[in-house]
Design a protein around this ligand. Structure first.
Ligand code: ARG
Length: 618
């Protein structure tokens, strides 16, 4: 990033010689809006006799550009005695004429600040054009370490909507933190242990196919799992009937279930053949996962999972719980009675009667091992809100165990997806969802003959744009909201959809290609020629991007960015007719292209951050 000195000399070259005094939380060299924040806070402080820091932190964004670029709610300053609207009037009048902002407006109890767009353009556009992919993120992470745990599907079970959302949201949160200077560990915590692996192994030994396993492990294991479960259910029914006829209460689950149970016991005891088979299932599945996640631009640092929590850790967990008086016996099982702390937390079982451990217990052990290994400053669990209680119990137990780092854990939850199935019926893995989206997108593209014939590799474009549709649909609302998986809508070019964003990017790319103006000419263009409202509003919007990212670190909501990207692309759509490039006289063309190329760069940055692959032609 540029230094404060270079910013200062840049300002000097624009005729501003007063030194900019920088607030501690301010990043004027990477965030253009901070240049204005610093100026406003420093100028108002003596006028109002108020601490500049308080003003600085009270400056807020506006809902729309007609209310200014920044706004100050006088009541936020908690000044005693005088009416806020009188204060606003007085301060607006006393605010000096200056090179940063237009005369300050008092609107009720608010002060509205409008940036001088010539200055804004001279700061923002060169910053984007020079810094390119680096424009936007501010290094507020400072090398702090974060674990983002996301996706976490269960081997041999369907990849359901909860996993899809976790993958999309988690991949994005990892990117965001990484770009903002965090040391990110992307972790996939697989459901890869438990009795279901006994069931699966018995099934595989009976009718699994070595060939199919190598070819498509995910679908084959699922197939085997479904079939063996069908047999188990059947046997159970027969046994139940037998017991009823004999007038017995106790029922036997049947021979296959018995066999599966025994197999899992062997796994738990580390019997080599049992473990070896399980390990092959796991390794082959992971190999496939890696390829599919790559289609969403996701790479994991760690494939962990329930199986990876060590025996010693599990023993330590039960020992700490017992010695700390946190757990108690109940009916032969071990439980933690969390109702003592809060009714809604309920009683959590941490060990079953037969001595085996549970999902919750493994999560306690996993968290401890992660802290020992990574000493994280923050850890995010991206898990569906159906598991709210599970994570609340986990967090509470970690707190009761006295682990100070428990406060660093965050549950990022989300609502359900309704109506998600694939053409083939059940969704077995991410591949199925993406293949469907690609095919649907391909159909939509074919409807426009002219355009379709110009696309070089329609299959690939359909694949990329289809994925974009899936991702943007997921990120459009607040995480906690449920939504309908609507293929029609997500592959449409109309409305706030993935294809619309891709279209905006490819159109901007095409403008740049056609105009073919050298980059240096754009950086040095005469930005005072950008005087139309369409141009200045687009510019003001582009200036907000670094702030939007910082705000997203607080909300942890993809929609914070997605909504902003749509606002920006709507401004673009209405500008093309007004701000032409091709055929304009050269100086104006250069200034306008500098603006468009900046918009393209920021759109590209935003899309990549979301996990998308921006296309240049479609
Ligand atoms: N495998 C689990 C499931 O599919 C999700 C795991 C979530 N992460 C965790 N640490 N519990 O439901």
């Amino acid at each position: 990033p540029p230094s404060v000195e270079s910013l200062q000399s840049q300002l000097a070259s624009l005729g501003i010689s007063d030194p900019l005094s920088v607030f501690p939380e301010s990043n004027p060299t990477t965030n253009p809006v901070d240049v204005f924040r610093c100026y406003i806070a420093n100028t108002l402080a003596p006028i109002g006799g108020v601490d500049g820091k308080l003003i600085y932190s009270s400056l807020e964004w506006t809902q729309s550009f007609d209310k200014g670029d920044l706004i100050l709610a006088i009541p936020r300053l908690r000044l005693k005695g005088r009416k806020p609207d009188e204060i606003a009037e007085e301060w607006a009048k006393k605010f000096p004429e200056n090179p940063y902002i237009l005369p300050v407006k008092a609107a009720g109890t608010f002060l509205q600040f409008f940036f001088r767009t010539n200055l804004l353009a001279s700061i923002v556009l060169p910053a984007i054009l020079k810094r390119k992919a680096a424009y936007g993120p501010i290094n507020t992470g400072n090398g702090k370490r974060i674990i983002v745990e996301f996706s976490s599907p269960n081997i041999a079970k369907p990849f359901h909507a909860g996993h899809l959302r976790s993958t999309i949201i988690g991949g994005f949160l990892a990117n965001l933190h990484e770009r903002c200077g965090w040391d990110v560990i992307r972790m996939n915590y697989l459901g890869d242990w438990g009795k279901q692996f006994g069931i699966l192994s018995v099934g595989f030994n009976r009718f699994g196919s070595e060939e199919k396993l190598l070819e498509d492990p995910i679908h084959h294991l699922f197939e085997v799992y479904v079939e063996i479960n069908r047999i188990i259910t059947e046997e159970k029914e027969i046994e139940k009937k037998k017991a009823e006829d004999a007038g017995e209460k106790q029922t036997y689950n049947g021979p296959t279930d018995e066999e599966a149970k025994n197999f899992f016991v062997k796994m738990e005891h580390g019997v080599p053949e049992a473990v070896a088979l399980w390990r092959r299932f796991r390794d082959l599945s992971i190999e496939k996962y890696i390829a599919t996640y790559a289609r969403l631009n996701i790479q994991y640092d760690v494939y962990s999972g329930e199986s990876q929590v060590s025996k010693e850790t599990m023993q330590k967990v039960s020992q700490l719980l017992r010695e700390g008086g946190i757990s108690e016996e109940s009916d032969g099982a071990v439980i933690v009675d969390l109702t003592k702390h809060s009714k809604k937390l309920g009683k959590a079982i941490v060990q079953k009667k037969d001595g085996t451990t549970l999902y919750l217990t493994r999560d306690i052990g996993a968290a401890m091992e992660r802290y020992d290994k990574y000493k994280f400053d923050k850890m995010i669990y991206v898990v569906a809100s159906q598991q709210d209680l599970h994570l609340q119990q986990l967090f509470k137990i970690i707190e009761l165990l006295g682990f100070e780092w428990g406060k660093r854990m965050v549950h990022v939850n989300f609502g359900m997806v309704l109506g998600m199935s694939s053409r083939k019926g059940t969704v077995v893995f991410l591949d199925d969802i993406l293949a469907d989206a690609r095919d649907k997108m391909h159909e939509v593209m074919k409807k426009n003959d002219d355009k379709y014939s110009q696309v070089e590799d329609p299959e690939t474009v359909a694949d990329i744009v289809g994925r974009t549709g899936v991702i943007i649909q997921d990120m459009s609302g607040k995480r906690i909201n449920n939504y309908n998986f609507d293929q029609e809508r997500m592959t449409s070019f109309e409305g706030d959809t993935g294809p619309y964003l891709q279209y905006a990017h490819s159109r901007l790319s095409s403008i740049s290609r056609k105009a073919a103006i050298p980059e240096q000419d754009l950086i040095n263009a005469d930005f005072t020629l950008l005087s139309e409202v369409h141009a200045t509003n687009l510019l003001r919007c582009l200036a907000q991007y670094p702030d939007v990212l910082q705000n997203t670190l607080k909300t942890l909501e993809p929609t914070t960015i997605v909504t902003w990207l749509f606002k920006m692309t709507h401004l673009l759509s209405s500008s093309y007719d007004v701000l032409r490039v091709v055929g304009e006289e050269p100086k104006k063309a250069a200034a306008r292209l500098a603006l468009y190329e900046s918009a393209r760069q920021v759109l590209n940055n935003g899309m990549q951050l979301l996990g998308l692959t921006p296309v240049e032609r479609m």
